[in-house]
Design a binder for this molecule. Structure first.
Ligand SMILES: Nc1ncnc2c1ncn2[C@@H]1O[C@H](COP(=O)(O)OP(=O)(O)OP(=O)(O)O)[C@@H](O)[C@H]1O
Ligand SMILES: [Mg+2]
Length: 359
């Protein structure tokens, strides 16, 4: 998958832009505050409906604009050349289109625009809440298992219903919803387990290519005790669940534990090492996606130089190049991009006060 044409208006300080990116590497450089991150943010917004900088999409909207409009022409390995349009109004209303036909959900857009982001906040994947790591696993499952989104929605519905029943103390309904909850919980858990089994060796390989000296282990916690069937766990916890009005155990409590020895990696590793580990997680995810779907993910790498020394920058860039996918990579200095990396297939863009120009 690569973006062949990108049009954006109404995002942050960016002037309406229109660029034709390279299918390989796209270097974007410019001074602080010129709008580099905003360009990546716009692509991420199209892909996920979210910004990686803020939970409030209104903050992404240019102060003077009333809408964000985007148009992408993409070349997909499965679908060929297609167009994607999005319109986001100030009040939150959103319209997404693929080849001119309205998409009914953001998940559909996410399917057609697989994107991985490596940015200065990326270490939050280690130090942030378990939710971030659950979402990480689920990205991997979602992009290879076509049924996963529906199954995930079913699970959320079952969880919501069971919680409502617990809150209302409707004991006569509890066994029915508990049975439904268990059934859908097991489906989610099996997908995640199977994914992580395939993911782990890929991650270990990539991490050793980035830095052989970092030794971290991934351990999956499914959200309830690994040796006890969920039905028994729920039975044991039923009394407490009824008091708090909430299901304490299940896939909504799953966690990917990332450790150095017995300790959380986020509390042991330096910032640079954390960035390396997270980059390895994301590159491994992209690589696995590529192997399993025959499609390629797009990498958005914001502020490459932050936290990484020259050796690690070089290793990261080489790995990205070996994946042969489209990369958008930003830096303040042109030199910090090109000192370590001169890929054969690339374009250079300069941004100045919200205006992007191809060099
Ligand atoms: N909603 C908005 N409307 C207009 N301008 C905005 C809005 N939000 C942020 N800005 C401005 O837009 C610019 C966005 O900069 P951005 O973060 O993309 O810069 P950058 O090139 O990535 O800088 P840095 O090198 O510091 O990371 C900043 O100057 C910021 O003050
Ligand atoms: Mg920036």
């Amino acid at each position: 998958m690569s973006i062949r044409q990108l049009k954006v208006s109404g995002v942050r300080n960016l002037q309406p832009l229109e660029i034709t990116p390279h299918a390989g590497v796209n270097f974007i450089y410019g001074d602080n505050g010129c709008g580099k991150t905003s360009i990546l943010e716009a692509i991420a917004l199209m892909a996920s409906g979210k910004s990686f900088r803020t939970t409030k999409i209104q903050h992404v909207l240019n102060h003077e604009a009333d809408r964000i409009e985007m148009f992408l022409e993409v070349d997909d390995e499965e679908r060929g050349v297609c167009t994607m349009d999005s319109l986001r109004l100030k009040n939150g209303d959103t319209l997404l289109k693929l080849n001119g036909s309205v998409l009914t959900s953001q998940a559909e857009a996410a399917h057609w625009l697989p994107v991985q982001i490596i940015d200065p906040n990326t270490f939050k994947l280690l130090s942030g809440s378990p939710e971030e790591r659950r979402q990480f696993i689920d990205w991997g499952v979602f992009h290879v298992e076509h049924k996963f989104m529906e199954q995930w929605k079913t699970f959320r519905k079952q969880l919501k219903q069971r919680n409502a029943v617990l809150k209302q103390k409707e004991l006569e309904w509890l066994p029915t919803w508990t049975a439904g909850f268990i059934e859908s919980a097991e489906v989610i858990d099996q997908h995640r387990q199977a994914y992580l089994k395939r993911f782990k060796p890929e991650f270990e390989k990539i991490l050793s290519q980035l830095d052989e000296s970092i030794d971290v282990q991934l351990a999956y916690y499914r959200g309830w005790d690994k040796d006890t069937p969920l039905v028994d766990v729920l039975e044991k916890q039923q009394e407490r669940d009824l008091v708090i009005g909430y299901t304490q155990s299940g896939p909504h409590r799953a966690e990917l534990r990332i450790k150095v020895g017995k300790l959380p990696a986020a509390e042991i590793l330096s910032r640079g090492q954390q960035k390396t580990v997270v980059s390895a997680l994301k590159i491994a995810q992209g690589a696995l996606f590529q192997q399993e779907s025959q499609r390629r993910t797009i990498y958005l790498v914001d502020d490459l130089a932050s936290e990484l020394d020259e050796k690690h920058r070089h290793a990261l860039c080489k790995l990205l190049e070996s994946l042969d996918c489209q990369v958008f990579i930003t830096s303040i200095d042109k030199e910090k991009l090109t000192d370590v990396w001169q890929p054969s297939a690339s374009k250079m863009f300069h941004v100045e006060q919200g205006v992007i120009v191809e060099e």
